[in-house]
Ligand binder design. Sequence first.
Ligand SMILES: [Zn+2]
Length: 412
Amino acid sequence: MQGMKLRINAARLLADIEALAQIGGTPDGGVSRPALSPADLEGRAWFRGRAEGDGFEWRQDGAGNLSAVLRASDPSAPTLLAGSHLDTVPDGGRFDGALGVLAALEALRTLREAGVRLPVHLEAIAFTDEEGHVLGLLGSRALTGQITPEDLERPRGGRAALADGMQRLGLTREGILAARRRPESLAGYVELHIEQGRRLEDAGIDIGVVTAIVGIRSCWLRFVGQAAHAGTTPMPDRADALLGAADFATRARALVMARFAPGVVNCGQVCVAPGAFNIVPGEARLALEFRHGADADLDAMESALLALAAESAQRYRLKLEVEPGERCAPALMHESVTAAIEGAAAELGLSHTRLLSFAGHDAQVMSAVTPTAMLFVPSQGGMSHNPREFTTPGDVVNGANVLLHTLLKLAF
Ligand SMILES: [Zn+2]
């Protein structure tokens, strides 16, 4: 194996993270660089300056994805991608996204300095608008051909915000739709990210190897009883719809914890009708969402939760109606890439464990077209999307070294 002893330059990577955190930096040590905002443009320009200053070939595609490229000698070689995103949520932290991009650039620098000749082109990529300030996963969806003209008509941040941002960045509709790359031209995608949870920290484990980004299913549960006078209707005679919904919500938590861990369930909204102090609720409509890493788990959760809802309805003499909601399929990471991450971590003497990602990432989009996986490093207190987000320098450097050696394993 070529370059087993290679290590990234820790001081250089940490200095890059510090420098980038000043752009859009907030007084409390956080960062505000929403996608396509002036601060995001400044961050992007900084990244370009850094990559070009280091002498890398620079590339910006029609969707505004930014890449530093280390070329293989064979021009027809496929491209191995590593990266993440430079945009942040408003008042976010300095590691979410930035870590994956800067560690990828540092891996390129390390390989070039060591004179390692790779049989693939290696690209450190920053995807546009991961956080969804204007569209959501815009860059990776465009690169993989998963954006339609209709998507550009109804972006989640509103049409005006998208139009403004595109103009600021010099993007066009045609350019975004033409940013797709042929899957055959890609050799894979690896993303280093902070965990944004406490599992690694609590277990004292260095590296999380993501096996899937969870799928999401949702529906509305309508518990229907009988609206009635809140004073004159005797308690035993009531068909109180809210009680069915409340019974379900508390038992759903227990059910998922007992039978579907690490899956999660949420009852995020309840609308009670008619909705007055003096009327027993005749109807309760509850927004149910649940997440897990595989379709089979989601199927099993769905039937168990619906059976439970029927039971809760019956207990309070209610009828139950189910209206289907949105679904997002789980994104499975590729075994060849997860195995490379595990091998790299083991060779570096770092502890590792397999886990699910409960947050969305560009990797879920990339996994549709090319072998993809993610690795996580611990987040102190699980804090993220918050100025207090923190990952120790040691964990940053561990993650970057695992990324470097994962790329080496995948390249050869
Ligand atoms: Zn992120």
